[in-house]
Design a binder for this molecule. Structure first.
Ligand code: TXA
Ligand code: MG
Length: 331
């Protein structure tokens, strides 16, 4: 199918991807149509081996060698100068190309047997949470794509870390399972975190990673983040229950017995890896339950928690009620 210019959903260790021949503009265009994705949001190019980076990107220096050695195959995407080999709609004409070598063996085998690099965004309809199971893919894409390669549930459950190497200081554009500290340690110098990781891009901001400006990961429900300690969260939820008994809590496993509203948990407070693996399923479950209004907790901003936090903030369109600092309110 891929050789014939078609698109196929494939598993990866992060989330399911919707793949097409990265060298074929028409095939890549089918991805944009099936997802309903804006044309100015570029795609990640998936390779089966780190040695192929030089076929699609220029100026591969020591940083790429170090990072590839430490994290590939795995959930790290590198933004590098484009060589003009992949189709123009893969890179949205940015002059850069994003590449990664997935850890999932089935994905690597698919790329290897296709014989060309695969452009693949997450296999969800544009704007909804990334799919971490075949069922999620089918819920979004049934009738819009010819096939899904079934690799079971995705082990990590949250998309790759996107790191730009085209600026003087390497910049994390999207946090993921590979953390900024781990990257800095391997590079032997500091890395920067994009300002858009923890705040909404202003209308006029030119985003380095076009994806950050779109509403994302959002279920149909309106999500509001509650920043508070445990007791204040429970007290606030009791208040909400009196005002809106149909509301839901999106919370840590430890919170469930203390929350007076129906709740969906996304993992233990102490286990950001578990939260990453469960978050997107939890968001989809809220939709299935018909939740309209959701009040969510936010993990601490370190390690993998930074990535979980980023996805939650974006699912909530950055709507945060801060009970720690006396309800600065919607910001
Ligand atoms: O884990 C993942 O990265 C998954 C699996 C399938 O590999 N893919 C994924 O793709 O999450 P997608 O398209 O949903 O997200 C790719 C992100 C977007 O935010 C996009 O804007 C950014 O990477 N991106 C792609 N190419 C870029 C480039 N040349 N410069 C800056 N950002 C880029
Ligand atoms: Mg996506």
């Amino acid at each position: 199918m891929l050789r014939g210019g078609n698109i196929v959903a494939m598993p990866s260790e992060t989330v399911y991807g919707l793949a097409a021949n990265a060298l074929d503009e028409q095939a890549v265009n089918r991805i944009f149509v099936a997802k309903g994705r804006p044309q100015d949001n570029p795609l990640i190019v998936h390779l089966s081996d780190a040695r192929q980076v030089g076929e699609v990107a220029r100026d591969i220096g020591g940083d790429v060698q170090k990072l590839a050695g430490a994290f590939w195959p795995g959930p790290l995407t590198l933004v590098l100068p484009d060589k003009g080999v992949v189709a123009p709609n893969v890179t949205a004409g940015l002059g850069t190309v994003a590449v990664r070598v997935p850890a999932n063996a089935m994905a690597r085998k698919l790329i290897e047997q296709a014989g060309f690099p695969l452009a693949a965004p997450s296999a969800n309809r544009s704007g909804s949470p990334s799919p971490t199971t075949v069922r999620h893919v089918l819920d979004d894409m049934s009738g819009r794509i010819p096939a899904v390669l079934d690799g079971g549930s995705c082990a990590i459950g949250i998309e790759s870390t996107v790191l730009s190497l085209v600026c003087a200081i390497p910049e994390v554009l999207r946090p993921g399972f590979v953390t900024p500290d781990e990257i800095a340690q391997v590079l032997g110098r500091p890395v920067r975190l994009s300002a858009y990781v923890e705040k909404a891009p202003g209308g006029k901001a030119i985003a380095h990673s076009p994806g950050v400006k779109y509403k994302h990961y959002a279920p149909k429900a309106d999500i509001t983040i509650i920043l508070s300690d445990d007791d204040d969260y429970y007290a606030h939820m009791a208040l909400i229950q009196r005002q809106n008994p149909g509301a839901y809590a999106l919370c840590f496993t430890e919170d469930v017995p203390h929350v007076p509203l129906p709740s969906v948990s996304f993992g233990s407070r102490e286990a950001p890896e578990e939260q990453a693996a469960r978050l997107f399923s939890a968001l989809r479950l809220l939709d299935e339950k018909g939740a309209k209004t959701v009040y969510a907790r936010l993990p601490a901003a370190h390690g993998v928690g930074l990535a979980v936090r980023n996805r939650l903030l974006r699912a909530a369109s950055f709507r945060v009620v801060d009970l720690m600092n006396h309800a600065r309110g919607k910001r």
